[in-house]
Design a protein around this ligand. Structure first.
Ligand SMILES: [Cu+2]
Length: 292
């Protein structure tokens, strides 16, 4: 039995009444939407993205295995540097994290020089370093736990410490995207990835705000015909390079959101297994051969 069935309103009065309510309901839904705990984050709202990233770290949703896929906000690194000094890490690790603080000479083993990636015994990624601050190093008398440092602060300090390590030695060069003719929303991006490290790096994904999605493609001879084929990853050899160029491997952009003309530019973020993401600005061009 519906509540209004008991009343004796005429249909027109009922509809007037409901009409008014639907406006109020609409407003309530709007208000509820505004105050909901997990707002949708527009990709260009940088501050919100940064706050969501921090919330995920504190919740433990980002692990040592996945932190490498995130860009570390420079703002947090700077705040971390101030906190690092405020909590007295400098006494042992030094003002710049070189392991040369005033009491360092009295300690055995000596405090870590944060620039040396090979020196970390527990782990050198942001999540693990933040954990080392909570737990200390059980077998080390001087690297004690700091349980009073709040979670957000631990992660900021860890971001500063990790920022002192050398980069992954990847360099992206000569990025360009082929201009799109009218009414075509598919195009390709080309670039050269140089790897100056001693480890092979794998390109696993490319993201861009300019297109709905991208794929890595290679060219293969199939029945005397060159055809494109999707690949899951592209290896950049140690101390070598991988060239993505017309007629060879390339990045395919699907669902390009607006026509790309000469002199436009497109932002590409390259994601690697086991290395930090790299963001580059690619020029739009009708045709170009990669520079030698
Ligand atoms: Cu293709």
């Amino acid at each position: 039995m519906f509540w209004w069935a008991k009343t004796r309103y005429s249909p027109s009065r009922v509809s007037r009444f409901c009409g008014r309510w639907s406006v109020i309901c609409g407003l309530l839904i709007l208000l509820a939407g505004c105050g909901s705990p997990e707002p949708e984050v527009a990709p260009d709202d940088k501050e919100a993205v940064v706050q969501v990233f921090m919330a995920q770290l504190v919740e433990g949703a980002i692990t040592p295995g996945t932190i490498g896929f995130h860009e570390i906000p420079e703002k947090f690194v700077q705040e971390g540097k101030a906190l690092y000094a405020r909590y007295g890490c400098t006494v042992c690790h030094g003002l710049e994290g070189h392991g040369d603080g005033p009491v360092s000479y009295t300690l055995k083993p000596p405090p870590r020089d944060f620039r040396d990636p090979g020196a970390y015994r527990i782990g050198r990624d942001v999540v693990t370093i933040a954990g080392t601050l909570t737990d200390g190093m059980p077998d080390s008398p001087s690297m004690v736990p700091f349980p009073h440092i709040k979670d957000e602060e631990r992660f900021k300090i860890a971001m500063y410490v990790a920022s002192l390590q050398p980069s992954d030695d990847l360099e992206i060069d000569g990025a360009w995207v082929r201009a799109t003719p009218p009414n075509r929303d598919v195009t390709a991006a080309y670039l050269v990835i140089r790897n100056r490290s001693d480890k092979a790096r794998e390109l696993i994904a490319v993201e861009t705000p300019a297109a709905e999605y991208t794929e890595l493609h290679t060219m293969r001879m199939i029945d005397d015909m060159m055809e494109m084929e999707k690949i899951e990853r592209l290896t950049v050899p140690p101390r070598g390079e991988a060239a993505l160029e017309p007629g060879g491997n390339h990045i395919m952009l699907f669902g390009v959101k607006r026509q790309l003309a000469e002199a436009d530019s497109v932002i590409l973020t390259l994601r690697f297994a086991d290395a930090k993401p790299q963001t580059v600005t690619a020029e739009v061009s009708k045709d170009r051969r990669p520079t030698e």
